[in-house]
Design a protein. Structure first.
Length: 270
């Protein structure tokens, strides 16, 4: 898997592995320099570095060009012009990838919306409510928060996160129980994880961790991550035998695996 976190002998995590340059915001045409190429401007930031060649990075700040101190500006801009098609293609790929990301921004206030099991849920501040609860209405689902109308964003965010974690424990625990029944070896225990780099993990002694943020996504995504970790109880690796074990637990898992690869765990707002 690309961008796999370093492993040690006691656990094998399921980490997000696509795209390789994932960051929480799309690049903007910013930079302290501008080069006109084919009648179109390319904005970039020039960074001098101890390196032997000119490098290009596209991230939330736009295009950064890292060049050795001894390379002149004319040579740097000639390299940019030569790489113009690559640069524009990478900008387009970034925007397309970012557009596929759910939950890019959440307004933590009355009327805000977030994903719960793949569907939109509207946040409503209800000072008269006894507790936070999900309410199904004809117009859609609402999450009623027992908070005053002027509650601050941090207060709303904390209340939402607390409820989501409790819901995640219920939903993930249920799916873990159902899928674990399909194999002989059972997990010793399980817990929720708040990691920003792993969807799940399985230790050598049979403890499974599942990221509570999975509760945002549809059942196939949840089931794939759960089956992935359960299969590690049999094979603590990613060998063909491991993937056969995943398939036995969850036939047709490949589509959900591909969907997980498109998700950026680090970019989720909570």
């Amino acid at each position: 898997m690309k961008r796999t976190a370093p492993l040690h002998a006691q656990q094998l995590p399921l980490v997000f592995d696509e795209p390789a340059c994932a960051l929480p915001a799309p690049p903007q045409p910013r930079g302290d320099r501008k080069l006109l190429v084919d009648q179109e401007p390319i904005h970039y930031t020039l960074r001098r570095a101890r390196r032997r060649s000119i490098g290009f990075t596209i991230d939330e700040r736009g295009l950064t060009v890292a060049a050795p101190r001894w390379v002149g500006l004319a040579e740097i801009e000639a390299a940019i012009a030569e790489k113009r098609r690559w640069i524009r293609r990478k900008f387009a790929e970034w925007r397309e990838w970012q557009a596929r990301q759910p939950l890019q921004h959440v307004h933590f206030g009355d009327g805000g919306a977030l994903l719960l099991l793949g569907r939109n849920v509207t946040l409503r501040l209800k000072p008269g409510a006894e507790r936070t609860q999900l309410v199904e209405l004809g117009t859609g689902a609402e999450l009623h928060l027992a908070l005053p109308p002027r509650a601050g964003e941090v207060q709303v965010r904390d209340a939402v996160q607390s409820w989501l974690k409790a819901e995640a424990r219920r939903v993930l625990g249920g799916r873990l129980q159902v899928l674990a029944a399909r194999q002989a070896r059972q997990p010793r225990s399980w817990s929720l994880s708040s990691a920003r780099s792993q969807w799940g993990a399985c230790t050598h002694d049979g403890h499974i961790r599942l990221n509570w943020r999975l509760v945002h996504f549809q059942a196939p995504v949840i089931d794939y991550v759960v089956a992935h970790e359960l299969a590690h109880l049999q094979e603590l690796n990613h060998s063909p035998r491991f993937w056969r074990a995943v398939g036995e637990l969850l036939p047709g898992f490949e589509a959900a695996r591909d969907e997980v690869k498109k998700l950026d765990l680090a970019a989720l707002p909570i």
